[in-house]
Design a protein around this ligand. Structure first.
Ligand SMILES: Nc1ncnc2c1ncn2[C@@H]1O[C@H](COP(=O)(O)OP(=O)(O)O)[C@@H](O)[C@H]1O
Ligand SMILES: [Mg+2]
Ligand SMILES: [Zn+2]
Length: 450
């Protein structure tokens, strides 16, 4: 008998190598390559277009896509206005963060207007029913199919023709056509590809649930990102009740929109005015705290940045960021030294964005630096102040997008002072907030105490 060929597939990106390596050569992740049986290439794919003809674009009927509102406005916001007919959404997140809860709530809402189908490969019908009962959801019109075999799921979808179907989760589904185990890269990809084809052909909007796994035993949702139309990820600190749903990719809407929820007894509750969510409530000002206004999609959010600067006990001082970009901190500290004369080379520096929010925009730079200076000097910033601005290597303070909106939101929440980049200086005063526009980091440091 011929020896079965094996390959090593990355659970993060799906890339393959012939030999085992510690690091995936495709995406540079560590310890993500696992041995799998090489699948025989089978041609099961027909083209997306039925005709196979080259068409003139102007003659192709261009219809606006039909949208189904989920009834949960925070979810509709990240989707770009609801689910799209024939669209495929991947909802990723850590186990236990609330994916099944959110989708059951959405299906319960939608079942009043549309035909829906919940396919559960993870939980039994009884478990799902129990959850619905606990969340007091009306589920008379939510049919459930507890199945993990792709071919049976395809048959059920073709028979029931729902407008919206949820597959919870894609990592539990397997296809008979492949030998590898459910959850392997090959299975997850094949099942998602077949379901995507079915969605396009039938018009059913499909939501795939994908677990993010650290262990690498299951293929991560990343291997599917390029296949689907929309990628949403659940974020949030498991210790707090707030949950964020962020769009990472969206063929039908803007990315970086943020949906904000609070997890409670009755499931996920929408938070309509989240702008003040990421502020901690101190009695009076404390050293090492600086509030910034970040822009998430179309919505400004106020976030408190906290820094702790402490004399280093080792020759290699520590630099640690939570919720902010790690690599940027070293650069910011160098700029602070060279252009504002504040040295930190013998100090441990820890920086944290409050509430488990992740900030990826450089508009947080100035707030990070002022929080660090405040902690180093052990002197709080002046009260009710917000700070925005990106820092350049030459010590300049660069503008941020939508500066006006951010300032207005801060004023609305009772902030009375702001340090902002010179180029963001509004032409007209914004009522209730006194603005200091600065061009350089040294000027910002000079104004942080009033
Ligand atoms: N029986 C229960 N009583 C109270 N809360 C529960 C119960 N079951 C689950 N939860 C809460 O709901 C959260 C979300 O669960 P779930 O939606 O199943 O997450 P996921 O599908 O993302 O793995 C859990 O982390 C837990 O806090
Ligand atoms: Mg679940
Ligand atoms: Zn990889």
């Amino acid at each position: 008998m011929a020896k079965q060929k094996s390959v090593y597939a990355c659970t993060e990106c799906g890339g393959q190598t012939l030999k085992w390596q510690g690091q995936c050569p495709h995406c540079q992740s560590w310890n993500t390559l696992i041995e799998t049986v090489a699948e025989k290439q089978i041609s099961r794919f027909s083209p997306v277009s039925e005709t196979g003809l080259v068409q003139n674009l102007s003659e192709v009927e261009a219809q606006e896509e039909t949208r189904y509102a989920t009834g949960i406005s925070e979810l509709d916001r990240v989707l770009g206005g609801g689910l799209v007919r024939g669209g495929v959404v991947l909802l990723g997140g850590d186990p236990g963060i609330g994916k099944s809860t959110l989708l059951l709530q959405a299906l319960s809402h939608m079942s009043g207007f549309q035909k829906v189908l919940y396919i559960s490969g993870e939980e039994s019908a009884q478990q799902v029913a129990l959850r619905a009962k606990r969340l007091t959801l009306s589920v008379q019109a939510v049919p459930l199919f507890a199945e993990i075999q792709l071919e049976k799921i395809q048959a059920a979808l073709s028979e029931h023709k729902p407008c919206v179907a949820v597959i919870d989760s894609i990592q539990t589904i397997y296809s008979e056509a492949l030998q590898s185990a459910p959850g392997s890269v090959a299975q997850v990809r094949e099942c998602a590809a077949q379901l995507t084809r079915l969605a396009k052909a039938s018009g059913t909007a499909i939501i795939l649930v994908g677990h993010v796994t650290k262990e690498g035993a299951l293929a991560g949702p990343r291997v599917l990102e390029h296949m689907v139309d929309t990628v949403l990820y659940f974020e949030g600190d498991m210790h707090s009740s707030f949950r964020l749903v962020r769009a990472f990719k969206n063929r039908f809407g803007a990315v970086n929109e943020l949906g904000v929820f609070a997890m409670g007894e009755k499931g996920l509750r929408e938070v309509r005015n989240p702008s003040a969510l990421f502020l901690s409530h101190h009695d009076g000002q404390v050293a090492g705290s600086c509030v910034m206004v970040t822009q998430e999609g179309t919505r400004p959010l106020l976030v408190e940045i906290q820094a702790l600067v402490d004399e280093a006990r080792s020759p290699h001082p520590r630099r640690l960021c939570v919720g902010l970009e790690q690599n940027r901190l070293a650069m910011l500290l160098a700029v602070l030294h060279r252009h504002a004369g504040v040295p930190c080379f013998d100090q441990d520096v820890f920086v944290n964005a409050v509430g488990g929010v992740k900030i990826t925009e450089p508009g947080a730079d100035l707030a990070i630096l002022l929080a660090i200076v405040s902690s180093l000097k052990n002197k709080p910033l002046i009260e009710k102040m917000v700070v925005i601005g990106e820092i350049g290597l030459a010590g300049e303070v660069r503008p941020v997008q939508r500066g006006q909106e951010r300032l207005k939101e801060a004023a609305k929440l009772g902030f009375t002072r702001a340090i902002i980049p010179l180029a963001n200086k509004p032409k007209q005063a914004i009522s209730g907030i006194e603005i200091t526009a600065v061009g350089r980091i040294s000027e910002a440091v000079a104004h942080m105490y009033g």
